[in-house]
Design a protein around this ligand. Structure first.
Ligand code: PEP
Length: 253
């Protein structure tokens, strides 16, 4: 049996106002009562974090932001610091999501700065990696994944150790929001490769403990097959995390 508790994380992206966010998290808190053996996390937009934290109350739902700046404070108009996220109630932060990489030109260098800053500030980073369709079709998937791991986790590779609390999310870009899920075999192949890279770069204990999520059109009807794979430790869910029924369907995989 895996020593890793599965994590189901909902990335709400730029959706839902405060009232809708509060209603959704309350429905999830109600839905997970009596369910054990799975961690649940939501990542609302910045402006809804504090209200969602209040609505979470005593429930064990974890709160994440979808991005942050690496600096502590200063003249960075439009940015949000790690401490601000902690103040709002976050314990986690999603970093390097493919939408940040592709639409906002983030790269491994800036993602590494964010990962380092999140970790040193006490936030648990959820670091996203994944290949595009053309990279896959050209046979470059393993090189792309290896380079993203090396680049976005450079702070840890230079330290020679990575805390087992760091969470990775394999999200093939071609499967995000497209309805096209990677097959369990395709996902498992890459997730195994990621775990082997952690073992070679750090050590076996770390690779045994680090949670590697799969993300890309996860739905209630494909969640259990994905979750049955030995190296898939949960899901990062976009679209299906916006409705209590579909998110709960995934949590109950
Ligand atoms: C995501 O944005 O991280 C994601 C996986 O989205 P979706 O589930 O909608 O494909």
């Amino acid at each position: 049996m895996s020593i890793r508790t599965p994590l189901i994380a909902g990335n709400w992206k730029m959706n839902l106002n405060i009232e809708q966010s509060v209603a959704l998290v309350k429905a999830i808190a109600e839905g997970i009562k009596g369910i054990s053996g799975v961690d649940v996390l939501v990542a609302p937009p910045f402006t809804n974090l504090y209200a969602v934290k209040q609505a979470i109350g005593n429930s064990e739902i974890l709160l994440a932001a979808q991005n942050m700046h690496w600096e502590k404070e200063g003249a960075f108009t439009g940015e949000v610091s790690p401490q601000m996220l902690i103040d709002a109630g976050c314990s986690h932060v999603i970093l390097g999501h493919s939408e940040r990489r592709n639409l906002f030109k983030e790269n491994d260098e800036t993602i590494n700065l964010k990962v380092k800053s999140a970790y040193l500030s006490g936030l648990t980073p959820i670091v996203c990696i994944g290949e595009t369709l053309s990279e896959r079709e050209n046979g470059w998937t393993f090189d792309v994944i290896r380079n993203q791991l090396k680049g976005s986790l450079r702070f840890f590779t230079e330290e020679g150790r990575m805390p087992a609390s760091v969470i990775l999310a394999y999200e093939p870009v071609w499967a995000i929001g497209t309805g096209k899920t990677a097959t369990p075999e395709q996902a498992q192949e890459i997730q195994f490769f990621i775990r082997e890279w952690i073992k070679e770069t750090f050590d076996k204990d770390t690779s045994d403990q680090v949670r590697i999520l799969y993300g890309g059109s996860v739905k209630p009807d494909n969640a259990s097959a994905l979750m049955a794979c030995p190296d898939i430790d949960g899901a990062l869910v976009g679209g299906a995390s916006l409705k209590p029924e579909s998110f709960m369907g995934i949590i109950k995989f």
